[in-house]
Design a protein around this ligand. Structure first.
Ligand SMILES: [Zn+2]
Ligand SMILES: [Zn+2]
Length: 317
């Protein structure tokens, strides 16, 4: 993938700082005073809708890597759900991630982990590259998506869509889910907005950002592919299977990231369900040979480690 010439320039993004700062402040200030179980279950539901159906299934495994064939209606629904995560529209998200794979852990990688944990986690969003901040530039990184009017609509209306969702939660919380019949229930209404929008958004921000930071620094590089990507079980749990990131970097098109039976991958379970009912076709799976190769690398590493322990001076020979 050829980068735009503007990739070497970056600008401090006050817009992103203010947005992400405000979301954090409201979430942290409102989470305890506005906790209700209705708000909590709204958080869980929207965390799955925006995070798993939207980001990991939709933006990532479907639109970025084409790990399976999906009908167009499902692509549109998943792209809409991904836009609800407020991590950029589908064209920006997919374009940025394709660059990450093309230039992993090099200066051309937007969130190059060699520039430090903070840069890989969120710093790159605040000090944003010019090729990723302007639609006319970054649309070239995902031309297949940029030609679809619905995706362009999502790209340009991300905040407005979030506002409509927030107002809908406010109305539902105050009336349908409220506990005061015949009157507007402000506590439930605000709870659904604080937990369903703000707490959910920061939880998903950090889960996604941790894939770029934690899962490029801490964990197991089982596939020995020469970059910094790692398999990290905790991130795998929080980010719907995306923490098996070394597997993913080894074979990006494979729709299953947790290759072994014990590597929990919730997005993969979702993909299997959709495949079973006939909605998804041509799902790309890891071959048995690939999994065996990974096991062989690990057992060779274990043997080497035990040999080097035996060779500690004064203990062994
Ligand atoms: Zn990565
Ligand atoms: Zn990827």
């Amino acid at each position: 993938m050829k980068l735009r010439s503007s990739w070497q320039q970056s600008e401090f993004s006050w817009r992103n700082v203010l947005w992400i700062g405000a979301v954090h402040l409201i979430a942290l200030a409102g989470a305890v005073p506005y906790f209700t179980w209705t708000g909590f279950w709204t958080f869980i539901a929207l965390y799955y809708v925006s995070g798993m159906i939207g980001i990991t299934f939709g933006f990532h495994r479907m639109l970025t890597h084409h790990g399976f064939n999906a009908p167009r209606w499902l692509e549109n629904v998943a792209a809409f759900c991904g836009t609800l995560a407020c991590q950029g529209g589908p064209i920006n998200w997919v374009g940025t991630h394709r660059i990450h794979h093309a230039y992993s852990d090099t200066p051309r990688d937007p969130h190059d982990v060699n520039k430090g944990f903070w840069h890989a986690h969120a710093g790159w969003i605040f000090n944003l590259r010019c090729d990723l901040s302007n639609f006319e530039e970054y649309k070239h990184y995902a031309p297949d998506l940029a030609k679809r009017p619905f995706f362009v609509f999502l790209e340009k209306n991300m905040i407005q869509i979030q506002v409509v969702l927030g107002l809908s939660l406010l109305a539902l919380g105050g009336t349908l889910f409220g506990s005061t019949p015949g009157a507007f229930d402000f506590t439930t209404a605000f709870s659904m907005v604080v937990w369903g929008i703000f707490v959910r958004m920061i939880a998903m921000y950090h889960a996604t950002w941790c894939v770029n930071s934690v899962a490029h620094m801490f964990g197991d590089n089982a596939n020995k592919i020469g970059d910094n990507s790692k398999n990290n079980a905790i991130i795998g749990l929080l980010a719907f299977g995306e923490g098996w990131h070394n597997n993913h970097h080894a074979q990006p098109r494979i729709a299953r990231h947790g290759w072994r039976w014990w590597q929990l991958d919730q997005t993969w379970i979702f993909i299997c369900v959709l495949e079973t009912v006939g909605i998804l076709k041509n799902v790309i799976r890891p071959s048995r040979a690939m999994i065996l190769a990974q096991i062989n690398v690990r057992s060779a590493q274990t043997q080497q480690d035990s040999r080097s322990q035996d060779a500690v001076p004064g203990v062994g020979l």
